[in-house]
Design a protein around this ligand. Structure first.
Ligand code: SAH
Length: 487
């Protein structure tokens, strides 16, 4: 196959990124903007030996699950791969993705996967936006990266975030333009403004605005604050300093220009302070459902010692503490641990302790290498970032031997890999998954969150190990090649 060639293809599935997969002439095609069930005329954008990338030139026969996208930029912007796919079908596909990933990568085909818990309205759910700032045709612009690239697509109003965010973005850009403040240029490393971070607390309406700078100060900062304060809800204006090259958005330092450098949100009656650098789930409506699932899976009676590893600002920890004897939270980001301690205080919850550091270091080094006896845990909650758990941590949790493990995951592939390790067991313990519950935290995108309950079943016989399926292996190879070619 050659670049620009037109090929007719039927879309059979999606990749984990939500691109259509089809087959033609012995090739696997990854077709952007196509949905399962479509028959499309696809234009090849890049051809390799056995697979090719393409985009939809024309929909020849629309899938019954194809819908009109609400956002006019849906195709150009990389954010919402699923805007042309019916929401109920998105939820079904996410369930199947979890099932198949647990099976193909973990060899765990028999875990009951429940129906995905969805939203009533999967738009305007995000409380956080990070707009890259750059130059488009010589003019300062901000918006989103066009899928897989670093070219900026100006988006006037992203339909995943509150409407007020577009006002803040517009006001900020016109302020920058008026005072000749430059945009950062990734290639040369010159220019001042890299990103604009906006965060808000849906329950209180508080908004935090934070430009990310390749420099120490913002010219005319007072005027910027004055303009931001005119926007209803803006409670905090901060600057984040990031002078390092690379893709990491936030730097280590945040300076407050106005208000306290955090906002306050409520989840299920609990109050949380959130600093700019701390992790906080982006979809508060679904977060409450997610945490209730995690809490139900933990099945606490009030008597348990619980570990919440990767605890962020202590959200899950405090949910659990209301029903446990004591909760220990561990988190690597210092600002998040400060928030977590403050949050325990604000809620008058005394049966929690928070530790700053990598979970694998705190648990492994703290308890095993320094000779402190292995801590007792009835329940361990794991909520790692996309890369999953460190193998040393899994080994330590196996040694701790809790009754139950609740694994909250934002990436089914690393969940599957880690469940396999728990399932294989060590130190005389084996953990089998009782169920997996997908929760849709990221509607209109291909991402899915999963809560998985593991229980200690030493007697359960080992399932046969199924190695990486060829298609999956192929897919990972492609992803790696892509990653290497864009960085
Ligand atoms: N449970 C929290 C946070 C989950 S996100 C919530 O629901 O809000 C994952 C968290 O793990 C982030 O806060 C991140 O800073 C933290 N983290 C990443 N690597 C870590 C590590 N090695 N040890 C401990 N925490 C880590």
């Amino acid at each position: 196959m050659d670049k620009n060639q037109l090929v007719e293809v039927r879309i059979e599935d999606f990749t984990r990124d939500g691109e259509g997969i089809g087959r033609a002439d012995g090739y696997t095609l990854f077709v952007k903007d196509a949905v399962i069930g479509d028959r499309v005329l696809a234009k090849i954008t890049k051809a390799k030996k056995s697979y090719a990338y393409a985009r939809v030139e024309k929909v020849l026969e629309a899938s019954p699950e194809r819908v009109e996208p609400l956002c006019p930029e849906a195709r150009r912007c990389g954010g919402c791969r699923f805007q042309e796919y019916d929401y109920a079908a998105q939820l079904r596909w996410k369930k199947r993705l979890v099932e198949e990933t647990l099976g193909k990568i973990g060899g765990l085909w028999d875990i009951p996967v429940r129906e995905t818990i969805g939203m009533e309205n999967p738009f305007r759910y995000r409380n956080k936006a990070q707009y890259p700032v750059g130059c488009v045709k010589g003019e300062m612009a901000a918006g989103f990266y066009a899928g897989r690239t670093h070219s900026i697509i100006p988006v006037a109003d992203c339909l995943l975030t509150p409407e007020i965010y577009s006002t803040i973005l517009e006001e900020t850009l016109s302020f920058f333009r008026e005072y000749g403040i430059s945009a950062y240029d990734e290639i040369g490393g010159e220019g001042l403004v890299r990103h604009l971070l906006i965060r808000s607390a849906f329950s209180t309406g508080e908004i935090l605005v934070c430009p990310v700078l390749n420099g120490e100060t913002l010219p005319k900062a007072d005027e910027y604050v004055r303009r931001m304060r005119e926007i209803s809800g803006v409670r905090a204006v901060c600057l984040n300093i990031n002078r390092k090259k690379g893709n990491v958005i936030l730097g280590d330092r945040t300076v407050s220009l106005f208000g306290e450098p955090y906002i306050t949100d409520f989840l299920d009656g609990l109050e949380f302070r959130i600093s700019p650098a701390s992790f906080y789930q982006v979809n508060p409506v679904q977060t409450v459902k997610l945490y209730r699932e995690a809490l139900a899976a933990a099945a606490l009676t009030g008597d348990e010692i619980v570990y919440d590893l990767y605890c962020g600002i202590g959200t899950i920890s405090l949910f659990l503490a209301r029903a446990a004897r004591h909760v220990y939270g561990v988190e690597i980001v210092p600002a998040a641990i400060r928030d977590a301690k403050e949050n325990a205080k604000r809620n008058g919850i005394g049966n929690v302790s928070f530790y700053e550091g990598a979970a694998e270091d705190i648990i492994v080094r703290g308890y095993f290498e320094e000779g402190v006896p292995c801590p007792h845990a009835d329940v361990v909650v794991l909520d790692p970032p996309r890369k999953g758990c460190d193998p040393a941590l899994i080994d330590a949790v196996l040694q701790m031997g809790p009754e139950r493990i609740v694994y909250v995951s934002c990436d089914p592939a690393t969940l599957a890999r880690d469940l396999r390790v728990f399932n294989d067991g060590a130190h005389g313990r084996k953990y089998s998954a009782v169920f997996a519950q997908p929760v849709d935290m990221f509607g209109e995108t291909a991402h899915v969150e999963t809560v998985c309950l593991l229980s200690n079943t030493q007697s359960k016989k080992k399932e046969s190990y199924i190695t990486l399926d060829v298609e999956m292996a192929d897919y990972y190879r492609i992803k790696n090649e892509e990653k290497n070619s864009t960085t």
